[in-house]
Design a binder for this molecule. Structure first.
Ligand SMILES: [Zn+2]
Length: 127
């Protein structure tokens, strides 16, 4: 059976430090881009021909990352104890969206992508 992949993006600006990592251990910031891609089996398509509204996907990731905007990530749980890397942010976004969004919409998370810069991206696919 086929399936659909639907994506939306949001972004936030935040600072972090990554202790022990050359260059990254210095205080600096990024304009992070977050893309959530959800998967819907084709037999779950609604009668109106849509999987899930793009705006709903956008809202889900915007809410999952809202507390990070214009903050120093190392001060915000869980990043006061877990390094605020793109990898850990991607996994946290996946966990938040799973509990607050995908369980109610006949969709599953395919992947969460985080860019710290145009040329640097992490992809997290929940197991
Ligand atoms: Zn950085």
């Amino acid at each position: 059976m086929g399936y659909f992949l639907l994506s939306a993006e949001t972004s936030f600006s935040a600072a972090h430090t990554l202790p022990g990592v050359p260059l990254c251990e210095r205080f600096h910031g990024h304009n992070w881009t977050v893309r959530l891609t959800v998967r819907m089996e084709e037999n779950k398509l609604a009668a109106n021909g849509m999987g899930v509204d793009f705006r709903d996907i956008e809202t889900a990731i915007t809410q999952a990352t809202a507390e990070f905007d214009h903050q120093y990530l190392n001060e915000i749980p869980p990043f006061n104890t877990v390094p605020p890397t793109a990898e850990n942010i991607a996994r946290l976004v996946s966990e938040r969206v799973t509990s607050q969004f995908t369980d109610n919409h006949n969709i599953a998370i395919e992947e969460v992508e985080i860019w710290e810069a145009a040329q640097y991206r992490v992809v997290y696919r929940p197991g």
